[in-house]
Design a protein around this ligand. Structure first.
Ligand code: 13P
Length: 331
């Protein structure tokens, strides 16, 4: 039997964290277009290889979340990406949700798809080398009206069903309620919404008898909205983020990882450092680390621009940022 708790905990090896390289075809197309790169199966393979093929990433990465297409592709070392990662002691994971669509009861909000054929897909992903999985729910804040209760409940139910399926298939689930940074809301409102989301989620997980010791929570930091005109100090972010987590996340959870949510690489790094530093002072019950996509990738993509001759300098930019982020994870 797979020891899911041991796998989940090993994602939190000291100073290490997770690279999210699991952009769907749709998101990868947008991301590449931002740098003038046209998307294809091959440019997506090169995009993944830019990061996964970088030297010595195992010093700072415990895991990489892949997209299903990438599980079957090979890197410049001619190895399948999951094989190449595992050979370096990095756990391969996979995004298993099929993206968010408008929620019928509240069309300005989202509900994540992908439960229908999930058991069959999980069996296939496991055979292809994945040992952990991720499901992202998207929660939008708008004034005092959104998120609605129905959005919180429906997304929590799907996260719980997913987690149960993943655990039955012998795969660690990462549950990601992504509370969007976009909006005019205050940091206090972000904190309150994260609290509501987590309260609902953990009560639904209990109803579904999901084993809490082998789940990883992937959450947003408590931040003022990106259109609020306010920048929070790292200490404010750390205090509010940890306060809402300690109020709502059971101590048995294997660990908590943070998404970067569209913060600049420097903001995400500095805020993570403040959070882990304060968590140590407060003796928080779970390990914490990063699971960034954009904050780890953006600087490298800006250098790479899809040109092979830029790969070494782009990888240098990535490794520089990764070193800073992993130092931040150590507090
Ligand atoms: P960002 O770090 O870019 O927010 O992405 C994290 C992620 O995995 C989104 O699903």
């Amino acid at each position: 039997m797979t020891d899911l708790v041991a796998i989940a905990r090993s994602l939190f090896a000291p100073g290490k964290g997770i690279l999210a390289a699991d952009e769907s075809v749709h998101t990868a197309t947008k991301r590449l277009a931002d740098y003038g790169i046209s998307a294809s199966v091959e440019t997506r393979r090169l995009y993944r290889d830019l990061f996964i093929g970088a030297e010595d990433i195992e010093e700072s990465l415990s895991g990489v979340i892949l997209f299903s297409e990438t599980l079957l592709q090979k890197g410049s070392d001619k190895k399948l990406f999951p094989t190449s990662l595992a050979a370096r002691g990095i756990l391969p994971g996979v995004k298993v949700d099929l993206g968010a669509e408008p929620l019928p009861e509240s069309p300005h909000e989202f509900i994540t798809q992908g439960l229908l054929d999930l058991p069959e897909r999980l069996v296939a992903y496991k055979k292809q080398g994945a040992v952990f999985t991720k499901w992202r729910a998207v929660i939008r804040i708008d004034g005092d009206t959104l998120p609605s209760a129905v959005a919180l409940h429906e997304n929590a139910k799907r996260l719980a069903s997913y987690a149960k399926e993943a655990q039955s298939a012998g795969l660690v689930p990462i549950l990601e309620p992504d509370i969007l940074h976009e909006g005019k809301h205050s940091r206090q409102r972000s904190r309150a919404v994260i609290g509501e989301v987590l309260k609902t989620l953990f009560s639904v997980l209990e109803e579904h008898s999901v084993d809490r010791a082998s789940i990883v929570l992937k959450t947003s930091m408590a931040l003022s909205g990106s259109e609020s005109g306010r920048t929070d100090s790292p200490e404010e972010v750390a205090d509010d983020t940890l306060a809402v987590l300690v109020e709502n996340v059971p101590p048995q959870v294997a660990g908590i990882v943070f998404l970067s949510g569209g913060q600049t690489p420097d903001e995400a790094t500095t805020n993570l450092a403040a959070i882990t530093r304060r968590a140590k002072e407060l003796n928080m019950p779970w390990p914490l680390t990063f699971s960034f996509a954009r904050a780890l990738q953006d600087e490298a993509l800006a250098v790479w621009k899809g040109n092979e001759e830029n790969v070494p300098t782009a990888r240098e930019a990535f490794l520089n940022r990764l070193a800073k982020v992993s130092a931040a994870a150590s507090g």
